[in-house]
Design a protein around this ligand. Structure first.
Ligand code: HEC
Length: 162
C-alpha cells in the first residue's frame, strides 16, 4: 500500500512542478500570472501539504495496526483472533515470558521463541498453570476464547521475531 502511495505522491509532485514551471514561463511572457492562476497554484500547494502532512502519517499508523507485525517479505498477517491474542499476551504474559514479536523479554518463565509451544500446550499451561520448574505460573490467567486466542497467537509467531 505504502509503495503505491509513494509512487502516486511522486507523480502528483512532478505534475505540480510542471504546472509551476509552465506558470512561471507564462509570467515571463505576459508579465506575471493572473490572480486566478496564483490562487490555483497556492491552493494546490496547500492541498498537497495537507495530503502529505496528514495522509501519510495516518496511513502509516493504520498500516502499523495490531494485526501487522512487520512489513515487507516475511510479514506476518494475523487473523483477528490472533491479533486479540497478541493484545492479551502483552497484558498477561509478557512480564514473565520472552517473545520477540511482542517485544517482551520476561525471564521468569521459559523463552517462548525457543520453546515454540503448540497451541494445545499453551492452552494447557494457561488453564492449569505450571509449578514444577524454577518459577511459578498461576493457573487460570485467561479462560475460554481468550486463552485460545493467546494460544493461536503464540503458536503462530513463536520463533519468528528477531
Ligand atoms: C508470573 C509469571 C508468568 C506469567 C504471568 C505467565 N507465565 Fe507462562 N510460565 C511461567 C513459568 C515460571 C513457567 C515454567 C513453570 C515450570 O516449569 O514449572 C511457564 C511456562 C509456560 C509455558 C510452557 C509450559 C510447558 O509445559 O512447557 C507456556 C506455553 C506458557 N508458560 C505460556 C504462558 C502464557 C501464554 C501466558 C499468558 C497467558 C503466561 N505463560 C503467563 C511463568 C509465567
Amino acid at each position: 500500500v505504502l509503495a503505491v502511495l509513494t509512487i502516486v505522491l511522486a507523480l502528483v509532485t512532478l505534475g505540480l512542478v510542471v504546472v509551476a514551471v509552465v506558470l512561471r514561463a507564462g509570467r515571463r511572457r505576459q508579465g506575471g500570472p493572473t490572480a486566478a492562476q496564483r490562487r490555483v497554484v497556492t491552493g494546490t500547494a496547500t492541498g498537497l501539504c495537507l495530503v502529505l502532512g496528514l495522509g501519510v502519517p495516518v496511513l502509516i499508523l493504520a498500516d502499523n495496526s495490531e494485526s501487522k507485525i512487520k512489513d515487507g517479505p516475511g510479514a506476518i498477517d494475523l487473523t483477528s483472533s490472533e491479533a486479540h491474542g497478541r493484545m492479551l499476551f502483552k497484558r498477561n504474559c509478557a512480564t514473565c515470558h520472552t517473545l520477540g514479536t511482542s517485544l517482551s523479554a520476561g525471564r521468569v518463565g521459559p523463552n517462548l521463541d525457543r520453546l515454540r509451544p503448540p497451541a494445545a500446550l499453551v492452552v494447557n499451561a494457561i488453564t492449569y498453570g505450571r509449578a514444577r520448574g524454577r518459577g511459578q505460573m498461576p493457573a487460570g490467567l485467561l479462560a475460554g476464547q481468550d486463552a485460545r486466542d493467546v494460544a493461536a497467537y503464540v503458536s503462530r509467531v513463536a520463533g519468528q521475531g528477531d
